[in-house]
Design a protein around this ligand. Structure first.
Ligand code: GLP
Length: 635
């Protein structure tokens, strides 16, 4: 086991890692990395205590460090004291008071400080409420306080989708100090769910600068989940640029990236292993190499030449299989071609054809798992429509109520309508409804713009979203209401984003639905992405239930297809089933997505992603479609 803190100082890389300019350690699971790091930090704290010295930690927020904080809390319960620890947090949203549910002050206390014995005066978090004319001096003071504490021994970082560390958005200079910064659109969109709508996300923040971070003695950046894979590669292997502030860590003497296997997938050693050593040329590897080659050369697969292979580092593929480009091209072309199907539930009487789905049984029980009500519509509305049309028993199962994403205004409007109806009915028999509507309005008023919704309000918001999901399902052919089930998984009902925890109860609910539907195919999402994201937890609940069902007869003959959510892209070589859409079908999908009026998010980008995939297929030499919904087969 590599010692993480020790490894921050080591630059020697193996041949495999030669594209990585910042040392990167890959762990199978984030929990494993966090357990080890927490142990090492605990050892450092203990060692310093014996020497009568303090430890100064720079801390980060977001879902990434949460498992690390849980480990620290666990170690505290076993006796570790934080009395000699001083902390400085990276950042805070500007304008949020400490008690705002999304303030980083509140986050840090909920996740860590309230559960350990760190002296209050040792905690430093930028204050988001200092007045504009004081911000400059305040930031200066924050820098000074770090210096006076002896400088940061260890800075913990996450990474945002724009490559930011802290809130150092693109354009931040390598020597930038603690300061006020305007948040990038992507960053605000990522925080939209937490704030119940992008409009509520603050526009600016106070953040330690890149320069402040770079002065730390050691830096550990953590990244989990497939949605971080591209930015991790850019930061670790790409050029140092102020457009990706995490890339500056390449210039730090003792910086390290800790990633889980999903976040590592785009690093050269995993994505294109033939570029860093010899590989065993399996069929999936050949497919990946040829698709990459075609994309790099900008040529359809069938036009790739022996020279193209040689000049782009894949000559070994031809040599080791003792064949010519022509033959490899045809094999891969056919393989990609066979992923395309208008029959996502299998086509009758085609047993002997290479198709993604089995021909039999002709009529399948298809279970579509949808973490939040809009996810499956965004990911696979066109495919749902085809499955229904082709006579399969499709059941759309919405795992959580999604009520946290519903805007207040929708709940308020609903209550308003009830009150008007009560007036029209002149009160007769409408007393209960009136009371209900009044309570909703009162409770909304009480919690204010950012407060936490009461159970009553959450319930109403969930019901509003159910209606929208039914409307959207209707557009995709799921008119029959018993084709849609709402599970309202318990873990979601008591939590907030980035803080959910699964329980046994969630898994039981999933098990029940699996055994009820007895599916021949399951469509699921959340397999990539941050492991603590809502979608990932829903996938985990499914996975655990699936494992528990391994002796059930239906499981022996069940395919699981994975669709991509709105925040994770798919590489062409990963696609096992590509369901094409005509312009009309794409328009229908847009219409289905538009039914989700009460929520905010980037749902509307999805048809664009579907068009992108179609373009990529077209460039490889496949038929030209308007759009494609893509699936991976889970094995
Ligand atoms: C915010 C924080 C960063 C954090 C990033 C990623 O922008 N200011 O410090 O790294 O979010 O968050 P998450 O870990 O939830 O992906």
């Amino acid at each position: 086991m590599t010692d993480i803190l020790e490894a921050t100082g080591q630059k020697q890389l193996t041949q495999q890692e030669r594209f990585e300019k910042t040392r990167t350690l890959v762990f199978t699971e984030s929990s494993e990395a966090c357990r080890q790091l927490a142990k090492e930090v605990a050892d450092l704290i203990e060692k310093r205590r014996k020497e009568n010295r303090k430890v100064v930690l720079g801390l980060a927020t977001g879902s990434t460090p949460v498992p690390f904080y849980r480990q620290l809390v666990r170690l505290h319960k076993k006796g570790l004291s934080f009395s000699n620890v001083i902390t400085f947090n990276l950042d805070e949203y500007y304008g949020l008071t400490q008690d705002h549910p999304e303030s980083y002050y509140r986050f840090m206390h909920d996740q860590l400080f309230d559960h350990i014995d760190i002296p209050k005066e040792n905690i430093n978090i930028p204050d988001g409420t200092v007045s504009l004319d004081e911000v400059y001096d305040y930031c200066h003071g924050y820098e000074r306080a770090i210096v006076e504490a002896g400088g940061l021994d260890l800075q913990i970082l996450g990474i945002g989708r724009t490559g930011h560390i802290g809130f150092n958005e693109p354009g931040s200079a390598v020597d930038s100090p603690t300061r006020m910064i305007t948040l990038d659109r992507v960053t605000r969109a990522d925080a939209a769910a937490d704030f119940l709508g992008i409009a509520n996300v603050p526009r600016s923040a106070i953040t330690m600068g890149v320069g402040t971070i770079m002065k730390a003695d050691r830096i550990v950046l953590m990244a989990w989940g497939g949605n971080k894979a591209s930015i991790v590669r850019d930061a670790v292997e790409g050029p140092v640029t102020d457009q990706i502030s995490a890339s500056f860590l390449q210039q730090h003497e003792k910086a390290i990236f800790l990633v889980d296997s999903a976040a590592a997938t785009r690093l050269t050693r995993f994505q294109y292993p033939w570029l860093v050593g010899s590989v065993n040329w399996t069929a999936p590897m050949i497919k990946r190499a040829v698709i990459r080659l075609a994309e790099e050369v900008g040529s359809p697969i069938l036009k790739l030449t022996d020279e193209d292979y040689n000049e782009h580092g894949v000559g070994e593929l031809l040599a080791s299989t003792n064949t010519e480009a022509y033959h490899v091209n045809i094999d891969v072309f056919n393989e990609v071609q066979h992923t395309i199907t208008g029959w996502p539930g299998g086509k009758k009487d085609t047993e002997n054809e290479p198709r993604p789905e089995r021909a039999k049984p002709v009529q399948k029980n298809v279970l579509v798992l949808c973490p939040e009500p809009s996810d499956a519509i965004v990911g696979m509305a066109g495919t749902i429509d085809r499955l229904v049309e082709q006579g399969h028993n499709v059941r759309l199962v919405v795992q959580t109520s999604g009520n946290l994403r519903v805007r207040d205004v929708s709940a308020r409007n609903f209550a308003g309508v009830i009150l008007e109806m009560a007036v029209l009915a002149q009160g007769k028999g409408w007393e209960n409804q009136r009371q209900y509507a009044d309570s909703i309005l009162e409770e909304l008023e009480e919690k204010g713009e950012f407060g936490i919704d009461s159970a009553l309000v959450r319930r109403l918001k969930g019901l509003i979203l159910r209606g929208e999901a039914r409307d959207a399902g209707d557009v995709c052919g799921l008119e029959d209401s018993d084709r849609i089930s709402f599970l309202d998984l318990p873990f979601y009902e008591t939590g907030r984003y980035r803080r959910f925890r699964l329980s046994e109860e969630d898994i039981e609910v999933m098990k029940k639905i699996l055994n009820e539907v007895k599916p021949h195919s399951i469509f699921a999402t959340g397999h990539v992405g941050d492991p603590s994201s809502m979608q990932a937890l829903c996938f985990r609940a499914f996975f655990e239930a699936w494992e528990d069902c391994k002796d059930q007869a239906w499981r022996k003959d069940c395919y699981v297809w994975l669709y991509r959510g709105k925040d994770s892209d798919v590489s062409t070589h990963e696609i096992d089933m590509a369901v094409p859409m005509s312009p009309d079908q794409l328009e229908q999908k847009r219409e289905a997505i538009r039914k989700f009026q009460s929520i905010t998010g980037d749902e509307f980008d999805s048809p664009f992603d579907n068009q992108q995939i179609a373009k990529e297929y077209d460039k490889l030499g496949m038929a030209e479609y308007e759009a494609i919904e893509a699936f991976e087969r889970w094995t």
